[in-house]
Design a protein around this ligand. Structure first.
Ligand SMILES: O=C(O)[C@H]1O[C@H](OP(=O)(O)OP(=O)(O)OC[C@H]2O[C@@H](n3ccc(=O)[nH]c3=O)[C@H](O)[C@@H]2O)[C@H](O)[C@@H](O)[C@@H]1O
Length: 483
């Protein structure tokens, strides 16, 4: 791991920019009615069905982020001046213009001495996994361009921090949304990407109870927007993308193998990832896109996601706040303890890079399939599940603070009790070999966390090898991240 990235952020929450939608379709329905010859009941029926169709159409448009009007594209087609993205993002992103294109090209340029390398578009590059993967690719000389909408699912400052690190190593992260078809078309136009590492997503299992539509926008509509752009691109890139261990849902056959059932998701998040796997199959089948889905198992590490348990447990333990630890509500052979196959970020990054390196080519061009292309699915886990209670024990030891535990029965919030990856397929075909156990990886996370959020405590712990856990809050504030 490069010194600047001793941990990693997970997949960035993507898409979902609220587009201003102008309903321009009223006339379409009206002008089809020959007004004079209608019987009153026929008229009322027609009026009724018109209203129904209009409502449906309106609902569809309002719920679809890719529905931004593509009007006035000609006036915006100039490459000479920057323009606002069609999809508002919290940062009011701009893109376009000659200087912008130059930056995009420079970032995506392969830097290996032999000139042979990948040119990769990394979506969700300001996210946890995205930022680490982009940095790893850049380190070996591949061309890397990032794309992220910097949304506020969790503290955007953390995402900006990751993007700043990438900028220092020469990776530019375009501030834009995967659902912005115009932006994607432009990117593929400017750079003939060989690969896309698609990590932009709405992540998090429990948040789907709070904002279900954000999952549909990012993980379904956003994925389709990306695949549409990729299938129309010439050359078509090979695509490697983040699915999730959560697709195994209520599967109780362990360890989870790629051959196991994935048709019983326990959360909307899982259902949208599963939908993504099916959608990917369609694009592989019709357009010859090379598609590889990676099922990540609870990825953790430095620069991680504040919405994940290991992260906010750390924050709350340090602040002396109680943490809620779920215990099994019983039933099922493997469900006595809530456990996760926690997987360290560097191992996940190796899996991503292995998947990119072994991805066969897409066979289509300009939207036309020329032959069968690879369609692959791999588990990327650690293959050694650890109970969540043990995770808390480890954190207490490393932080030197006793946690205030509130033990509660696991609520029906989309969580599954147990995950355990069978990784033999990834081992065989990607050369994937995870090498970091939870204790080692968590130590690296805690070191990063203290340095980032609580540098005084970090120094104290380093100097004295002990801490009282009540040290002052760091310059970034240990409670700053949104959940
Ligand atoms: O592997 C995956 O596919 C998924 O991993 C994580 O989901 P999860 O494993 O549920 O990770 P956390 O949300 O960090 O939860 C870890 C464990 O802590 C437990 N937990 C969570 C929250 C809490 O307050 N208390 C608690 O005991 C959960 O039930 C779970 O067993 C990510 O959040 C998902 O985005 C990802 O797709």
């Amino acid at each position: 791991m490069a010194p600047q990235l001793t941990g990693a952020p997970g997949s960035a929450a993507a898409a979902g920019g609220a587009a201003a939608v102008k309903p321009q379709f009223h006339h379409y329905h009206h002008h089809r009615l020959p007004a004079r010859h209608h019987h009153p009941s026929l008229l009322s029926k027609l009026a009724f069905w018109s209203v129904c169709s209009l409502s449906l159409l309106l609902a569809f448009i309002l719920l679809s982020p890719s529905a931004a009007p593509a009007s006035s594209s000609s006036s915006r087609a100039s490459t000479d001046s920057p323009r606002r993205s069609l999809h508002a993002t919290p940062s009011s992103a701009t893109w376009g213009g000659a200087a912008w294109e130059k930056k995009v090209r420079a970032s995506a340029r392969v830097r290996r001495a032999n000139g042979r390398g990948l040119s990769v578009l990394v979506t969700g590059a300001a996210g946890f996994v995205g930022c680490h993967a982009a940095a790893a690719l850049r380190r070996r000389g591949d061309g890397v361009l990032g794309l992220d909408n910097f949304n506020d699912y969790y503290d955007p400052a953390l995402k900006r921090g990751r993007a700043a690190l990438l900028a220092r190593s020469g990776v530019y992260v375009v501030d834009g949304d995967i659902a912005d078809a115009e932006l994607l078309a432009k990117l593929f136009d400017v750079v003939p990407f060989t690969h896309v590492l698609h990590l932009a997503a709405q992540a998090g299992v429990r948040h789907a109870l709070v904002d279900p539509m954000s999952y549909v926008r990012a993980n379904v509509a956003g994925l389709v927007a990306l695949l549409e752009a990729a299938r129309a691109a010439d050359p078509q890139p090979a695509i490697v993308w983040a699915s999730s261990s959560s697709v195994y849902g209520l599967n109780s056959h362990v360890p989870f193998s790629e051959h196991d059932r994935t048709d019983r998701p326990a959360s909307l998040y899982a259902a949208t990832k599963k939908a993504g796997e099916e959608i990917a199959h369609v694009y592989n089948h019709i357009y010859g896109l090379s598609l590889t889905a990676l099922r990540f198992f609870t990825v953790y590490g430095p620069w991680g996601r504040p919405d994940m348990a290991y992260f906010f447990f750390t924050r709350d333990i340090l602040a002396g706040r109680p943490i809620t630890v779920y215990e099994s509500s019983g039933g099922g052979a493997h469900q006595t303890t809530i456990s996760r196959d926690f997987t360290y970020i560097d191992d996940i990054v190796k899996g991503c890079v292995g998947a990119l390196d072994t991805a066969g080519r897409s066979t289509g061009s300009g939207g036309k399939k020329r032959g069968p292309a690879p369609f692959r699915t791999y588990n990327l886990g650690n293959t050694s599940p650890v109970p969540v209670t043990q995770l808390v024990d480890l954190l207490e030891k490393m932080l030197k603070v006793k946690a205030v535990r509130r033990i509660v029965k696991m609520p029906r919030n989309g969580d599954v009790p147990y995950t355990h990856a069978n990784i033999s397929l990834a081992q065989r075909e990607l050369g994937y070999r995870p090498s970091t156990d939870l204790q080692t990886g968590l130590k690296k996370f805690v070191r990063w966390y203290l340095e980032y959020y609580n540098p005084e405590l970090a120094v104290k712990q380093k100097q004295h090898g002990s801490g009282n856990g009540k040290a002052s809050r760091g310059r970034n504030g240990s409670t700053s991240s949104a959940r």
